[in-house]
Design a protein around this ligand. Structure first.
Ligand SMILES: *[C@@H]1O[C@H](CO)[C@@H](O)[C@H](O)[C@H]1NC(C)=O
Ligand SMILES: *[C@@H]1O[C@H](CO)[C@@H](O)[C@H](O)[C@H]1NC(C)=O
Ligand SMILES: *[C@@H]1O[C@H](CO)[C@@H](O)[C@H](O)[C@H]1NC(C)=O
Ligand SMILES: *[C@@H]1O[C@H](CO)[C@@H](O)[C@H](O)[C@H]1NC(C)=O
Length: 220
C-alpha cells in the first residue's frame, strides 16, 4: 500500500521536475540574445549593427499576443494581424510616445512547440520565411526590436522581430524610459530581464513541488 502511494507521488512529480528543467534553460533575456545573433550575422558580412530599440521590442512582444492561437502542430504560423495595428495599437499598448512612432519596414515571426536557443530560433526564422535573409541583411534597416513569449503552459514559444529605418534613440521612445509594463514575455533593448510571467511560473512550480514533498512525508 505504502509502496504504491509513493510511486503514484513520484509519477505525479516527474512531469513537474521535467518542466523545471525546461524553465531553467530560459534565463537572461532570449529577446536580447536573438538581437545579438542577428547583429553578429550582420557584422560578419561587414554590415552595421542594428540599433536595438526597446520600443520596437515591446511592439514585437505585442504582435505575438495576436498570434498566440495560430501556431500549427508542426510549428508553422499563419498569422496576419492588420499592418496598421503595429503602429496604432501595439505602440499605444507599450506606451511609445506618439510623435516618435516611425514606420515599421518589416516584421518576422515564428513559433515552436519546444524551446529553441536564440541561434536555433534565428535558423527557424530564416527557414520559415523566404524573405527573412534579405530583411536581416537589408541596408535600409537601421534598428530593430525582438519579442519572445510562451503562449500556454506547454508552449508554443513565439519569436517576433520588427525592423525600422528610423534613426536610433529618437524613434519609438518609451514614455518615462520604460513605457507600459507588459504582463508576460521578454523584449529586447530595455536592458531588462524578462517580465514577471516567467518568474511567477517558476515560483508556482517550486511552491507546488514543496507541497508535494510535504504530502509525501505526511503520507509515508
Ligand atoms: C504544417 O501544417 C499546416 C496546416 O496545419 C500545413 O498547411 C503545412 O503544409 C504543414 N507544413 C509542413 C511542413 O508539414
Ligand atoms: C488566426 O487563425 C484564425 C483561424 O484560422 C484566423 O481566423 C485568424 O485570422 C488568425 N489570426 C491572425 C491574426 O491572423
Ligand atoms: C547569416 O544570415 C544569412 C541569411 O541572412 C544566412 O544565410 C547565413 O547562414 C548566416 N550566417 C551565419 C554565420 O549565421
Ligand atoms: C543612444 O543613447 C545612448 C545613451 O543614451 C548613446 O550612448 C547612443 O550613442 C545613442 N545612440 C544613437 C544612435 O543616438
Amino acid at each position: 500500500m505504502r509502496g504504491s502511494t509513493s510511486s503514484w507521488i513520484l509519477l505525479i512529480l516527474i512531469p513537474f521536475l521535467l518542466r523545471r528543467v525546461v524553465f531553467a534553460k530560459i534565463h537572461g533575456n532570449p529577446a536580447n540574445e536573438i538581437m545579438t545573433v542577428i547583429n553578429n550575422n550582420r557584422t560578419s558580412i561587414k554590415l552595421p549593427k542594428l540599433h536595438d530599440n526597446a520600443g520596437l521590442g515591446c511592439m514585437a512582444l505585442q504582435y505575438i499576443t495576436e498570434c498566440t492561437s495560430n501556431c500549427t502542430s508542426n510549428g508553422t504560423l499563419a498569422c496576419k494581424p492588420p499592418e496598421i495595428d503595429i503602429t496604432e495599437v501595439y505602440a499605444a499598448n507599450c506606451g511609445v510616445e506618439l510623435p516618435t512612432v516611425d514606420s515599421v519596414t518589416n516584421h518576422l515571426i515564428t513559433c515552436s512547440w519546444n524551446y529553441l536557443s536564440p541561434e536555433e530560433a534565428f535558423s527557424k526564422i530564416l527557414g520559415s520565411d523566404k524573405k527573412a535573409g534579405s530583411i536581416i541583411h537589408d541596408k535600409g534597416n537601421v534598428e530593430a526590436g525582438a519579442g519572445f513569449n510562451k503562449a500556454g503552459r506547454h508552449g508554443p514559444y513565439f519569436w517576433c522581430l520588427l525592423f525600422s529605418s528610423g534613426k536610433g534613440n529618437s524613434t519609438f521612445v518609451l514614455e518615462g524610459g520604460k513605457g507600459i509594463e507588459q504582463k508576460t514575455g521578454c523584449f529586447s533593448g530595455g536592458g531588462l530581464t524578462c517580465n514577471s510571467g516567467f518568474r511567477v511560473l517558476e515560483f508556482k512550480l517550486i511552491f507546488l513541488m514543496a507541497i508535494m514533498f510535504f504530502c509525501t512525508f505526511v503520507l509515508l
